[in-house]
Write a protein that binds this ligand. Structure first.
Ligand code: SMG
Ligand code: MG
Length: 385
């Protein structure tokens, strides 16, 4: 595939309600989109970084900068490009996995669209719909939390994930378990808010039959997670700690986790995400698809991934209306606790043109050498309205 250029684009999308985790609160998504344009197709990728580097070291402005200055030039240096070669083409740049993932996703989408193949088919999907859970933020009171969980259960979500932090853990988990009974699939996510010194406290969560406890300790602390896993009965799941298939293999070998949350953005792309799935499947470690408050563009691609055979637990792949009053694409709707896996070429959805131009705050076109409209200077503007 010959690329004509790459467009970077920022869109702003308010959430229907603020989402609070142990590291901060998100009220508005400031999303960086990548569009790869080839001779006969265009493809979309969504960068999942948040505007502040609190979940991980990456953040939206940083991603835009590293894409513009290093990643896109490294990609466009090659005359011919295909998605399976993107990671190698970007390999000299260390880290920056969310930025790399967005670029690879855009190239992959363009490539698949040009040959009429869906991402789900390409990745090896085993089902046409995926079971969905929902991640419920930290609230001002237990009463408010119970009301939120009640709404999600009524909508049909198949499992609830509670965000926890020191001071908001045992009591909210107990309250939800007592109100909704043992039949509710329930799990908790600490986003690295504890230390191993909290092991006895975290063991109190064992009483509530959680499916898993996600990322209790700092990302680097694999040994601590292994020790914690010996001291609590709740299965430990890793999110922030796993950035590659090699790290997943290490975490499993160390006994640091017995479940893995897979997010393509965190691990540098859908192809690495699939390798993590393969490693986990080979070790009989269940995986599920995480979420980063994606728009319909990122969600569509996540659904294709979540359809792989090793994804045996419901993901944080919730319906569009859990996040936005108006999504960037046709909305994904929950049916019977599931979302349908898109079947069209590539990710199977596209941004709605009017919606896209309405919420765009900035675009930049980075042309390939010799491509049409190369002017020597880059286009920067405030939206394309
Ligand atoms: O997309 O529904 C979603 C969010 C799921 O809880 C979620 N994501 O650590 O798993 C996680 C968090 C990270 C993003 S918080 C802004
Ligand atoms: Mg998490």
């Amino acid at each position: 595939m010959k690329l004509a250029g790459i467009e970077l684009r920022r869109v702003t999308m308010p959430l229907v309600a603020p989402f609070r985790t142990s590291f901060g609160t998100t009220s508005v998504r400031d999303v960086l989109l990548v569009r790869a344009v080839s001779d006969d197709a265009e493809g979309w990728g969504e960068c999942v970084a948040d505007s502040s580097p609190l979940y991980s070291p990456e953040f939206t402005d940083g991603c835009a900068d590293v894409l513009r200055r290093f990643l896109v030039p490294a990609l466009l240096r090659h005359g011919e490009m295909r998605a399976s070669r993107v990671a190698a083409a970007l390999g000299a740049v260390k880290g920056h996995r969310m930025a790399k993932a967005a670029l690879e996703a855009a190239v992959l989408d363009a490539e698949l669209r040009s040959r009429g193949e869906s991402l789900a088919e390409h990745l090896g999907a085993a089902r046409d719909r995926v079971p969905c859970g929902v991640s419920v933020g930290i609230m001002a009171s237990v009463a408010e939390l119970l009301a939120a969980v009640e709404r999600f259960v009524a909508q049909g979500y198949l499992r609830i994930k509670l965000k926890i932090e020191p001071g908001w853990d045992v009591e909210p988990v107990r309250a939800v378990r007592e109100r909704f009974g043992d039949g509710l699939a329930l799990q908790a996510d600490a986003n690295a808010a504890y230390t191993l010194a909290d092991a006895d406290h975290l063991a109190r969560l064992d009483a509530f039959g959680l499916t898993l406890l996600e990322q209790p300790l700092p990302a680097e602390d694999l040994r601590g997670h292994a020790e914690l896993a010996r001291r609590v009965r709740t299965p430990i799941c890793l999110d922030e700690s796993v950035e590659s298939a090699a790290q997943a293999a290490d975490a499993i070998a160390l006994g640091a986790c017995s479940v893995v949350n897979i997010k393509p953005g965190r691990v540098g792309g859908f192809l690495e995400a699939r390798r993590i799935h393969d490693v986990c499947l080979a070790h009989r470690v269940p995986v599920w698809c995480g979420g980063m408050l994606e728009t319909g563009v990122g969600r569509a691609a996540n659904l294709a991934l979540a359809a792989l055979p090793g994804f045996t637990l419901p993901g944080d792949t919730s319906a569009s209306d859990r996040y936005f009053a108006a999504d960037l694409t046709e909305p994904f709707r929950l049916e019977d606790g599931h979302l349908a896996v898109p079947t069209g070429p590539g990710i199977g959805v596209s941004p709605l043109p009017e919606r896209l131009s309405e919420i765009t705050t900035w675009t930049e076109w980075l042309p390939a050498r010799g491509a049409p409209n190369e002017t020597g200077d880059r286009q920067r503007n405030c939206g394309d309205r």
